[in-house]
Design a protein around this ligand. Structure first.
Ligand code: PLP
Length: 217
């Protein structure tokens, strides 16, 4: 068996059944994605629209493509037709654009709201106040072609596990709080190769794994 397949099976054995693993294939060639697919993997994540759009036509149609990176408004139109879940929605203008593009395709698009939980300034995400405002508007049917499926976050890149755990626990509290009001909440997307175990311990049910599946980038 090949390495990519061994990696996938190893991780799947380690995670509970309710947790879905997204194989993050950014910078990796189509043939590596096909290898993972042949091993049974169906959820894949990319962080750049251009790369996603270039790879998607060369791969099986039943792949569930996750857009996990920072998304620019003017690029939503390129992925609206086929994307499965957009993780990085962190502002109102982007949300409105997704709603508009979904309407053009006569469909609903599933998204996650990205919350800033890390300390680094370079990491994206909204704060709790904006989250509350956006969800209020959503409740008032402001984005009829969008379904908010939950929350997403990226923890600080630090060896301090208790800090990472604290950040994930905070996001989990927000998720649980709003899940009561929004039954459509289904996904808490947190955890990468280096911290997915801590993420799962703190309620994650959607992990985004790149390096541990495909090797170093
Ligand atoms: C690249 C990336 C990942 C995967 O990171 P690894 O450390 O390689 O597992 C997960 N989430 C996001 C948002 C990413 O950009």
């Amino acid at each position: 068996m090949n390495t990519i397949c061994q990696n996938i099976q190893k991780i799947k054995q380690r995670i509970p059944e309710n947790v879905t693993m997204i194989a993050v294939s950014k910078t990796k060639p189509v043939k590596d994605i096909q290898t993972a697919y042949d091993c049974g993997q169906r959820h894949f994540g990319e962080n750049k629209v251009q790369e996603l759009v270039a790879k998607q036509p060369h791969l099986p149609l039943d792949i569930k493509w996750h857009m996990i990176g920072h998304l620019q408004r003017n690029k939503v139109k390129y992925i609206a037709g086929f994307v499965y879940l957009i993780h990085g929605v962190d502002n109102l203008k982007l949300l409105k654009e997704i709603d508009k593009q979904a309407r053009k395709h006569n469909k609903k698009l599933d998204i996650l709201l990205q919350i800033k939980i890390a300390q680094e300034d370079t990491k994206f995400g909204m704060n709790e106040t904006l989250l509350a405002e956006i969800l209020q508007q959503y409740e008032n049917q402001a984005f009829p072609n969008v379904q908010i499926k939950g929350l997403m976050g990226v923890a600080t890149n630090t060896p301090d596990k208790s800090q990472v755990a604290g950040e994930f626990a905070y996001l989990n509290r927000l998720y649980e709080k709003y899940k009561k009001r929004f039954p459509g909440f289904e996904y808490l997307s947190m955890g990468m190769s280096g911290d997915y175990r801590i993420a799962i311990q703190n309620g994650s049910n959607l992990i985004r794994i790149g390096t541990a599946v495909f090797g170093a980038r």
